[in-house]
Write a protein that binds this ligand. Structure first.
Ligand code: GLN
Length: 536
């Protein structure tokens, strides 16, 4: 829109973690894009891993993958789902990445003669990383979410960097601080002291927040708003109430009601004369909140007690449900608890089953038992990455008769390695950032379920894996009824398998969930949910 310099919005959090900075950032981003501005959101993570790709989902939830192959924080998934634009390597920066760059420069001699220090070298590198996106000239706004909670030792260099940046950028930057206003049931009161203290902590680092977003379970009321404004030096209308919402997709509307976007524009000296176009969003919300029907599907995985591990999958199911005006309940089923004996009971009442991605052999045999039952009983199936590989192994064992078939990831001595290590992976020894990552093209077979839902013969989807369908078995599979309906045109890798005689049996080597957004619910998820609805 405007070609005035990019505006920077820094979002910090206080009092506790898990206040939902990602959702608030994404909601503000949504309101600004709904006014016609171009916006990108970046996350700074204060941990020392170079990226979250090497972390267990129990530590960090899902690892989100971008088109350009960055393994990132799951908040980037929210940014994409809300804003409907792609993020990239530059949208997630960790302390590990910052130090890696600075140390590499030091070794090259870039700082020759100097002592390399947190200030200015680390803070300069943080400032440079924040401005990479703005310097592309593509964005009116860069929203930078700083992970962690103010006062954390590891967040200090980030806080110092954005403090400096605010002075350099002058009127083109502002601070939003997210805090908690807890309700003390015994006193029957909301308490503002934790917010005051967390603002004080920020002030000690030289930052005065311009806007406070207060997470609360009860309406703030004008007294509380006035009190927070007075004691935290912010304007009265810059105290934004953020009540718990029934769905994260309601938050942009709640923020609009509170005037968050208006205050942001005013404080950045921008005119508030743009219309907020949220029609498509509201239609989506309408479908989500007023479903005409309800179904239950199963999700078989191994991190079912931690649903953040499958964040993008859950959200893609929500998008596809809303599109079909259907409430989709998900029953989370622990793969390790499934076996051939109990599988019928475990999957009763489910209209369809999704088998999740994963690594390592824990729960693998349970996934295979589930898929055998799904295949034999015509239950709609979507297998993602390891879920697709499990479907291939199951078919090899129970239809092709290779009793010992497996992925070499699970058993490298298998006599039928139907899932094999990719050629380009054979020399790889380091774990970080070395999988097949990011977007690759895929050619679809006309007439397949995949083709029907995408309505296109060429698609692009994101990957994160080391193993692949072993093409030396392809002819055998196809003769026996499992067909490769999606192929990488460059490398010939099998990206999709289907069983055409089954109502809906689709396994995909890629991760469709990363590309489902509110504006574009993913065709494969929509097709799968539709098949589940039609499964009488
Ligand atoms: N472990 C499998 C592989 O590396 C599948 C990965 C996944 O499900 N993301 O190929």
């Amino acid at each position: 829109m405007s070609k005035s310099p990019t505006k920077y919005i820094f979002v910090t959090g206080g009092v506790t973690s898990s206040l939902g900075k990602g959702i608030i950032s994404a909601s503000l981003g949504k309101l600004l894009t709904a006014r016609g501005y171009s916006v990108t959101i970046q996350k700074l993570d204060p941990y020392i891993n170079v990226d979250p790709g090497t972390m267990n989902p129990y530590e960090h939830g899902e690892c989100f993958v971008t088109d350009d192959g960055a393994e990132t924080d799951l908040d980037l998934g929210h940014y994409e789902r809300f804003l409907n634009n792609s993020t990239s390597q530059a949208n997630n920066v960790t302390t590990g990445r910052i130090y890696q760059t600075v140390i590499q420069k030091e070794r090259k001699g870039d700082y020759l003669g100097k002592t390399v220090q947190i200030i200015p070298h680390i803070t300069d590198e943080i400032k440079r990383r924040i401005q990479i996106l703005g310097n592309t000239g593509k964005f009116d706004f860069v929203i930078t979410e700083i992970g962690g909670t103010v006062g954390d030792i590891e967040a200090l260099p980030y806080i110092e960097a954005v403090r400096q940046l605010k002075w350099e950028l002058e009127d083109s930057a502002l601070f939003i601080h997210l805090t908690l206003v807890p309700y003390l049931a015994a006193a029957g009161e909301l308490k503002t002291k934790p917010t005051q203290h967390s603002v004080k902590t920020l002030l000690e680092s030289g930052i005065q927040p311009d806007i406070l977003v207060c997470r609360t379970e009860h309406p703030l009321g004008s007294d509380i708003r006035r009190k927070v404004a007075r004691f935290c030096n912010v304007e009265r209308d810059a105290v934004i109430e953020s009540m718990d919402a029934s769905t994260i997709y309601e938050v942009p509307l709640l923020m609009q009601k509170e005037g968050l976007d208006k205050v942001v524009l005013r404080k950045l000296g921008l005119a508030d004369n743009t219309e907020v176009k949220l029609e498509q969003w509201c239609n989506f919300l309408e479908g989500l909140q007023n479903p005409e029907k309800e179904i239950t599907i199963g999700l078989v995985g191994k991190y079912v007690e931690l649903q953040d591990a499958y964040k993008s999958i859950s959200e893609a199911i929500i998008h596809a449900g809303a599109t079909n005006a259907c409430k989709v309940k998900v029953e989370w089923i622990h793969a390790e608890e499934i076996n051939d004996k109990n599988v019928a009971e475990k999957l009763t009442g489910l209209k369809g089953v999704l088998v999740a991605p994963g690594f390592g052999d824990r729960g693998m045999e349970g996934k295979i038992s589930a898929i055998k039952y799904i295949r034999e009983n015509n239950i709609p199936f979507l297998g993602i990455c390891l879920g697709m590989q499990s479907a291939v192994i199951e078919y090899a064992r129970n239809v092709l008769g290779h009793k010992d078939a497996n992925s070499v990831e699970m058993n490298d001595a298998t006599s039928a390695p139907v899932i094999n290590l990719m050629e380009e992976q054979k020399e790889v020894t380091e774990k970080g950032g070395t999988m097949r990552l990011g977007a690759y093209k895929c050619q679809l077979t006309e007439g397949s379920n995949a083709y029907k839902v995408y309505q296109n013969t060429e698609i692009s989807e994101r990957h994160r894996h080391r193993f692949e369908f072993n093409n030396s078995y392809k002819a055998d599979f196809e003769k026996s009824g499992m067909i490769a309906t999606g192929i990488n045109p460059k490398t010939n890798l099998v990206e999709i398998v289907e069983i055409p005689t089954h109502p809906w049996f689709v396994g995909v080597q890629f991760h469709p969930e990363y590309k489902s957004t509110v504006a574009n619910p993913h065709p494969l998820f929509c097709g799968f949910i539709e098949a589940c609805i039609n499964n009488k």
